[in-house]
Design a protein around this ligand. Sequence first.
Ligand code: HAM
Length: 423
Amino acid sequence: MKIITAVKGFKDILPGETEKWQYVEEKARGIFKDFGLREIKVPILEKTELFRRSIGETTDIVEKEMYTFQDIGDEYLALRPEATASVIRAYLQHNIHATDPVAKLFTIGPMFRRERPQKGRFRQFHQINVELIGLDDPRVDAELILMLISFLKSVRLSDLGLEINSLGCPGCRPSFRKAILAFLQDKKDDLCKDCLRRLDTNPLRVFDCKVEGCGEIIIDAPKLLDYICSECRDHFEKVKEYLKGFDISYEVNTKMVRGLDYYTRTAFEITTESLGAQNAIAGGGRYDRLIKELGGPDIPGIGFAIGLERLISMLPMKDEEFITHPHLFIAALGDEAQKFAYTLCNRLRMRGIRTEMDYSGKSLKSQMKRSNKLNSHYTLILGEREIEEKKAELRNMKEGTQETISFDNIDNIEETIIDIVER
Ligand code: HAM
């Protein structure tokens, strides 16, 4: 019978890889704590309406990529394509703003987008997602980017670029909309049918279109940055100034609009050359209108998400660096020795000594082989004679040396081994 495999674009993360995930998540949690963030856990399934209203009806994510279905009882539900909408929903539902005007939240977990799978692009992928809610000061934008870059550096990523842009506020958009529509007027025949449709609804989306021809058309298009109001311009100038203050270099990318509709003012992406077409390792920005649009008070917010698969594929460390090896392997031969080894093995584990043993009763030679394969630091050799004479051989596998350890009972061999291993 054929085995059942995973769904296309959904990936298993196997031991060997999971250690890298733990390492990255631990680093993130540490840095986030220093910046005053707290963890929030939100469901994977939400009402489809939440994403339609927040990400935007005319985005690729909502139009083409959402896993959405009609539940029993007729409600439409969706596997979350991103976390910001869910975090804001939870923030409003639990009235978090009533107890503290500022909420600094992070969440880590899987997201789902039905994109065409390719290198660095999956249908289930994971994000580390951060939201700072309640602050519109440009210092917050800069320190959020500082935190993101510090984290990426802490996991030893290099050759990263920071691209920033300002998407202005709804007040800046009408004049830009007019300009972009005038620019595209005589180019309509060359636009893809999605962009053509979006001209009426959301012309900004042409900048985000993945179709090559549309990308060429917008090269000479008017820039949103030239149309933003003086308050938005001032905010953007200050963000840049604070970034300089932190010695963070950036490039202003006037074409970057991000793939979600909720952004206002600062938008940013961390890019890398090494990922090919999927070059964004993280992206985010300000969403000062989103909370109100979702029915809440007029509260600003800013955040980002890091693509974990992409980040992990870029870690410079060798795979071996993530593997933990046993401190001790017990090679035991004969019933008495096996019995003694079994108790000792588990007592040592409970004292924090990573210990393995062999249950097969195979020859000492084959047990030593297994110890070698596991890359154990020490091997304890216990045969019938050793049990009788209360003497065991402890081999230091790394140095190739061996010593005899005498013991009266299991308690003192346990202590002796702990002393040696921790030495
Ligand atoms: P996003 O740019 O759509 O932003 O996604 C953030 C990151 O998730 C991307 O830079 C990329 O590394 C990763 N990513 C996205 N799609 C895929 C995929 N199909 N396969 C693998 N990785 C992927 C957001 O999701 C916003 N919610 C970020 C945000 C938070 N903005 C404000 N707060």
